[in-house]
Design a binder for this molecule. Structure first.
Ligand code: ATP
Length: 262
């Protein structure tokens, strides 16, 4: 297994664990969607995998194993080598993670050079190649642009291009489509699926949209109140949800002409 989480509790400060008893496993190339209402603990779970829990957040129990390593015992240097290279994160709005007063090109080059010893021209060529692969037209003009000059969908494509630069084994995505309109959401979902198919990357994606989860995921985890309500094959959970909570989530998906679009 590429990723294995056992008995995971996450606590903020000294209070009782906010997230409890998370268990999951993911093989190379598999897609897991974590769904649930706001505050259910979805983001905490993926942030714990990347070792970037906010504020006083910490893993208070359990284990996360990734590619044969126990992430609870990594040194700062080992984390630095892992992040960006072996696992990378895609955020809800990649534009927010970038500097508004530096061009995309400048930031992309800096990102590539942080993780490699590439010279400027080599880094620029690689960045343009990655932008082209994400179907962004005219990579030269994207490189010269500032984040505010790009649409939300274009910014997400830039974020994904950066995240896949070093062929990570695992991508973590936190609501990667929720800031986008429905048409652009579908395009970004397609881009992500293509990345997963082309490079055998595993993906853990947090979404409140069970429709997006249904069309992408091999596995599904439904969370509520910091606990796992259901976890398993996406097809079987969507077909036969076991808990009232999952049924409620599914019932909230709109029906068109009697067909439910999940
Ligand atoms: N920085 C923080 N400091 C203290 N508590 C936090 C912090 N971040 C999250 N929490 C706690 O963890 C709980 C779960 O938050 P989390 O962001 O993981 O949920 P979520 O399901 O991803 O919600 P959302 O969909 O709104 O992002 C919160 O309700 C809060 O109690």
């Amino acid at each position: 297994m590429l990723l294995e989480i056992k008995d995971l509790d996450i606590s903020y400060g000294d209070s009782a664990p906010t997230v409890q008893d998370v268990e999951l496993s993911l093989a190379a190339g598999e897609v897991l969607a974590i769904v649930g209402e706001s505050g259910s603990g979805k983001t905490s779970v993926i942030r714990s995998i990347l070792g970037v829990l906010p504020g006083s957040g910490r893993i208070s129990r359990g284990q996360i194993n990734f590619a044969g390593q126990d992430l609870g015992h990594l040194s700062a240097e080992e984390w630095r080598r892992l992040r960006g290279k072996e696992m990378a994160m895609i955020f809800q709005d990649s534009g927010n993670m970038m500097n508004p007063v530096q061009t995309i090109g400048h930031q992309f080059r800096e990102y590539l050079q942080t993780h490699s010893d590439m010279q400027d021209t080599e880094a620029d060529e690689m960045a343009k190649d990655l932008l082209g692969r994400m179907h962004l037209p005219d990579p030269d003009s994207i490189m010269a642009s500032y984040t505010f000059e790009l649409s939300g969908g274009m910014r997400q494509r830039v974020g994904i291009a950066m995240a896949i630069a070093f062929h990570p084994q695992l991508l973590l995505a936190d609501e990667p489509t929720s800031a986008l309109d429905v048409t652009t959401q579908a395009q970004i979902v397609r881009e992500l699926m293509q990345v997963v198919r082309d490079s055998g990357t595993a993906l853990v994606m947090v979404t409140h949209n069970i429709g997006v989860a249904a069309c992408m995921a091999d596995k599904l985890m439904v969370m509520a109140g910091g606990k796992v309500m259901e976890y398993g094959s996406a097809a079987s959970i969507l077909d036969k949800p076991q808990t009232a909570y999952t049924k409620k989530l599914l019932a909230a998906v709109p029906e068109i002409g009697g067909v439910r679009y999940v």
